[in-house]
Design a protein around this ligand. Sequence first.
Ligand code: AMP
Ligand code: ZN
Length: 107
Amino acid sequence: MEKECIFCDIAHGKAPCDLLFENERIVVFKDIKPHCPTHLLIVPKKHIRSVNDLAEEDSGLLAELFYVAKEMAEKVGVDKKGYKLLFNVEKGGGQVIFHLHLHLLAK
Ligand code: AMP
Ligand code: ZN
């Protein structure tokens, strides 16, 4: 767990969020400033700064992030209509929270 990382705090129950799913490795919560009617964040509990910092050993975790995203899309009922999955990578890619997170966006 990284000091002064809001997503580490959320993932470890030390900061509030609108939590939709949790297991040993991942949390899913609603984005605080949604860009779409459905805007969820799929977040590993492990602190990884960005996609650039993924290690080979994170491959399973990365696959699980996508699997959980697909499950959440079904759960909130946007799977049939369709949705976007998005990683912003570093400042130039629009990343503002430097703890890996997958956006699930649906209109
Ligand atoms: P990114 O630009 O990819 O780093 O996205 C960060 C996202 O996290 C933004 O859409 C923010 O609205 C969202 N966000 C920031 N702080 C919180 C928070 N405390 N709870 C939920 N979402 C947050
Ligand atoms: Zn973190």
